[in-house]
Design a protein around this ligand. Structure first.
Ligand code: ZN
Length: 116
């Protein structure tokens, strides 16, 4: 029987964990979960399913992955090096175009905008 090893992963996280488990000789299945995304109908999150008999062997890999996942990456301001930065919630149109493919952040210290 298949059981979920981890749920609500981003696609990148699902791929990372899939490879972690594969390195430990455990085959897993990546499936979408969560609310459906328009227009594809699949969930917007991913989950990893493993065979129940692999659960014990997979536990170490999954716990290691969860620990790394919980570690928040600190984004520092390139001007004043303050770690007190936040992604900009609603960047303007030109900012979205200019910083396409990155996440626009703003420094709380000097208010500089920068991509990260
Ligand atoms: Zn700054």
């Amino acid at each position: 029987m298949l059981i979920p090893a981890a749920t609500y992963l981003t696609y990148a996280e699902a791929v990372t964990l899939y490879n972690d488990l594969l390195a430990a000789d455990i085959n897993s299945l990546v499936k979408t979960c969560g609310p459906p995304s328009f227009p594809f109908g699949d969930g917007i999150w991913y989950q990893l399913l493993i065979e129940e008999e692999d659960a014990d062997a997979a536990r170490a890999s999954v716990e290691d992955f969860e620990a790394r996942r919980a570690t928040v990456r600190v984004v520092r301001c390139p001007r004043c090096h303050s770690p007190d930065t936040m992604p900009v919630a609603r960047p303007g149109l030109w900012q979205r175009l200019f910083y396409a493919g990155t996440t626009l952040h703003q420094c709380a210290g000097c208010e500089r905008h920068f991509p990260a």
